[in-house]
Structures are given as C-alpha cells and as structure tokens.
Write a protein that binds this ligand. Structure first.
Ligand code: NDP
Ligand code: GDR
Length: 337
C-alpha cells in the first residue's frame, strides 16, 4: 500500500514541487484547490493525469482553508498519512492591505487543518507539517536566527504565522499529534509568484534584455534575505515528517544578501547594468519592514541530515535561464501576432 499525502496550497510554488517529490517517492497525492473562474493549476498540469486512468496517483479536491467543515470532511474521507499545510495568503505586503483575510487563511486555516488532523488521528495516525516562516522573527533579536530565537512579527502575515506556529506546538503537546513546524527562510524558483521580489527581478531583467520592457520599479533595496531554492526546501519538509519524533526546524542557507546583490547577480548574468533600469516606487514599501533575515539550519542538518544544495547566485542564474526562455516565447508571439 502506498502512503497517502494531502497538500493544501498544492497549486502554489512549494505545493507543486512537493507534489512532484511525493509522486516520485510512490505516494498517492491529494491536493486542495480553490474554485476559481479561470484555471489556477498551471504549476501542476504536467503531473496531472485523468483520475479515471488506472495509473492516476494525483487527485484534486475543491476546498478552502477558511472552510473547516470542508477540510474535516476531506481529511476523514482521504485518511492521509501525512498532511502538508502550505496554503496561505503568502504575500507580506498584501497582508497589510487584506489583514483579516490573511489571518483567516494563515491562522484560522492552520487551526482548521489541525482540528481535522486531530479528528482523524483518533482513528488513524496522521502527521502534520505546518509551513511556518522566517518572517515570524521580524525585528532582529539575534543573527543568525535559530529555533530558539524569539519572534517579533512585523506584519499581519507574520502575526498570523506566529499564531499558527504556537497552535501547532500546542496540538503536539495537548493531543500527542505528530505535528512539525518548518521555519523556512525565503525560497525561490522559476515557479515563484511574479510579485515576489526575486521573480519580479528575473522576469523584468530578461524582458528588458529582449526589449520587451524598459523599467523595473521596486521598493526597499536594502533589506537582506537568506534565499534558497524551493526544490531543496520541500525535501526538508518531507524529511521532518519521516523522523521518529515531531519537532520544529529552521531551513535556511546561512547566507544573506541585499536586494541590490540579487539585482547584481541577475543583471550581470545578462550583461546588463541594473542601475540604468531600476527605479524606486514607494508603493512597494511596507509600513513595517523586516531588515535582516539569516538562518542557522544546524538542527535540521544534525537531526535530519538536511542541507541546502543551491547558492543564491546559482538560484538567480537558474531563474534567469528559465525566464529568458519565457521572454523569448513572448517576443516570438508578439512578432507572429
Ligand atoms: P504561494 O503563494 O506560491 O502558494 C500559496 C498556495 O496557497 C496556493 O496554492 C494558493 O492557491 C493557496 N491558497 C491561498 N489561499 C487559500 C485558501 N484560502 N484556501 C486554500 N488554499 C489557499 O506560496 P509558497 O508556495 O511560496 O509558500 C507555501 C507556504 O509556505 C505558504 O504557507 C507560505 O506562507 C509559506 N512560506 C513560504 C516561504 C517562501 O519563501 N516561499 C517561506 C516560509 C514560509 P491559489 O493558487 O488558488 O492562489
Ligand atoms: P518576503 O518576500 O516579504 O520576504 O516574504 P518578498 O519577495 O515579497 O520581499 C523580500 C524583500 O524585498 C523587498 N522588496 C520588494 N518586495 C516585493 N515583493 N516587491 C518589490 O517590488 C520589492 N522591492 C523591494 C521587500 O520590502 C522585502 O524586504 C516571502 C514570502 O514568500 C512569505 O510568504 C515568506 O513567509 C517569507 O518570504 C519568508
């Protein structure tokens, strides 16, 4: 019998890579998708096959993190061995514009998942991964940040993630649920949403290179982030749920770079000078910023044997390679059209 996993947020960056990884490992994978008036399954199209096919191992279900009844019904019907809660309104800047919705998906959503898991766990053991975030550290108490560094959240998103973190630990203690928090530092990829800064930069730089765009407008260029590759990080999520004991783990590279340095890597790779194209737009400033994130993943390394394999420069280059192809098809279709 293959193991069953349920993923919330399967249509997102991490959900798509995690689904690929679990399918490779022989899991039956179930994912929750939100009903939308247009298709929102682009990132998983390549692994989806008709569920009527006898080889089908990926199954999608409509649902929403804010609908606890729906989540409980799905969890009790599917009976997953592992539940990965990756769904969220995950954009920090947007969380200032939509704080209540952000808290509903991130905080109440996590509680809904834990409640569903608690009910299943009474009849069949299940394990839960909660997508916690380095944003929880917020204002810097110490660097590098570890599992023991206090949280000082600086946005509605981060406040909601702190709640979800503590609620996950509480369900572990109160109900003996195998529940883990992965405190993941920023991780990026060619599948990163285009409004997050790294992808915004690689998309714009490659379009500028091909003459499809003239300027790139950004906010604060001085913030420092510990950027890793999403594919490395989903492996870490899975490793947490395979360990004998549940726990909380930082996943990070241990290196930090400013947005300016990421601009250097991207534009230099394309033989361009970013200073000629980048302008500042205060619209992208946040009411409260997180200035510096730098993680220490020693616990994950020592206990799980997890290590990141991709440097920030390699990450920027692989994203540029991907986005250059995208820009080339865009240029071609504008010529043909
Ligand atoms: P994405 O924004 O790429 O994906 C978010 C996913 O959540 C999408 O599938 C989205 O669906 C889904 N979603 C949003 N709202 C709801 C809802 N109300 N009900 C059900 N599903 C919903 O995020 P990432 O893949 O980058 O991140 C995955 C998780 O890890 C998130 O919880 C994020 O907060 C957290 N995290 C991410 C880090 C990173 O650097 N990427 C670092 C640390 C934590 P749809 O496609 O329909 O919008
Ligand atoms: P972050 O990622 O807020 O760290 O959250 P994001 O890429 O949005 O911002 C990183 C830094 O870049 C600065 N910045 C800009 N950011 C955006 N989005 N757009 C801009 O134009 C811009 N200009 C400068 C920001 O001010 C910030 O300092 C991500 C998300 O994936 C969260 O869900 C996750 O929890 C954390 O990473 C860890």
């Amino acid at each position: 019998m293959s193991k069953k996993a349920l993923i919330t947020g399967i249509t997102g960056q991490d959900g798509s890579y995690l689904a690929e990884l679990l399918l490779e490992k022989g899991y039956e994978v179930h994912g929750i998708v939100r009903r939308s008036s247009t298709f929102n399954t682009d990132r998983i199209e390549h692994i989806y096959i008709d569920p009527h096919d006898k080889d089908a191992k990926l199954f999608l279900h409509y649902g929403d993190l804010t609908d606890g009844q729906n989540l409980t019904n799905l969890v009790l019907n599917i009976e997953p061995d592992e539940i990965y809660n990756l769904g969220a309104q995950s954009h920090v800047r947007v969380s200032f514009d939509a704080p209540v919705y952000t808290v509903q998906t991130v905080a109440i959503g996590a509680l809904n998942v834990l409640e569903a898991a608690r009910q299943l766990n009474r009849q069949k053991p299940t394990r839960v991964y909660q997508a916690s975030s380095s944003e929880m550290y917020g204002d810097v108490f110490e660097t590098p940040q570890t599992e023991k560094t206090p949280f000082c959240p600086q946005s509605p998103y981060a406040c909601a993630k702190v709640y979800a973190f503590h609620q996950t630990v509480n369900y572990r203690h109160a109900y003996d649920l195998f529940a883990c928090n992965g405190i993941l530092f920023n991780h990026e990829s060619p599948r990163r949403g285009e409004t997050f800064v790294t992808r915004k930069i690689t998309r714009a730089a490659t379009r500028i290179k091909l003459g499809l765009q003239e300027k790139l407008y950004l906010g604060n260029l001085d913030a420092k982030r510990d950027w890793g590759y999403a594919k490395d990080y989903v492996r870490g999520m899975w490793m947490m749920l395979q360990h004998d004991e549940p726990g909380d783990y930082v996943l990070a590279t241990g290196e930090t770079y400013t947005i300016r340095q990421f601009l250097d890597y991207t534009f230099e790779y394309l033989e361009l000078d970013w200073k000629q194209y980048v302008e500042t737009d205060p619209r992208y400033y946040r009411p409260t910023e997180v200035d510096l994130l730098l993680g220490d993943c020693s616990k994950a390394k020592n206990v799980l044997g997890w290590e990141p394999e991709t440097s920030c420069k390699e990450l920027a280059e692989l994203m540029v390679d991907h986005d250059l192809e995208l820009a080339r098809s865009e240029a071609l279709s504008s010529v043909q059209g």
